[in-house]
Ligand binder design. Structure first.
Ligand code: NAG
Ligand code: NAG
Length: 124
């Protein structure tokens, strides 16, 4: 059960590689995440909302920094259902900022780990 979900997530992330801005999807992998190294981790945030009957939950993750992001990775800790989404509202890969919206369907919550990897761009 775990592997097909993983490959679905990989396939989805490839489909949305370039055009993920403004698209709400279950998880997000934007940019060159295969090259990400821990020393470049500039954003690490856990964002969760518990489920409340007949309510949608949401939260925003906002990061502004000095580094240019090359990977934005948002993974759900909760894999048993896929009733929440993440969406890039502003910035993201190739920007020094990102604003993300996490959102759940009625009656669901979410538990997301948000990671951003970036490098300082040295002026010439
Ligand atoms: C939860 O998500 C699944 C998979 O996307 C979907 O089939 C199901 O209808 C959703 N459940 C509710 C209550 O919205
Ligand atoms: C980021 O910039 C690189 C290099 O210019 C480019 O290849 C890539 O498509 C850009 N990615 C996004 C998501 O804009």
């Amino acid at each position: 059960m775990k592997q097909p979900l993983l490959w679905t997530a990989v396939a989805l992330s490839m489909v949305f590689w370039v055009h993920s801005k403004g698209i709400a999807q279950y998880e997000l992998e934007d940019g060159s995440c295969s090259e990400a190294v821990i020393g470049d981790l500039v954003l690490l945030q856990y964002s969760s909302r518990r489920s409340i009957p007949v309510q949608e939950r949401q939260s925003k993750v906002v990061w502004y920094g000095d580094e240019t992001l090359y990977c934005v990775l948002v993974l759900s800790k909760q894999k048993s259902h896929r009733n929440s989404t993440v969406e890039v509202l502003k910035g993201g890969v190739n920007h020094t900022f990102v604003e993300l919206r996490l959102h759940s369907e009625l009656g669901f919550g979410f538990q997301y780990w948000v990671r951003g990897f970036g490098k300082k761009v040295h002026p010439l």
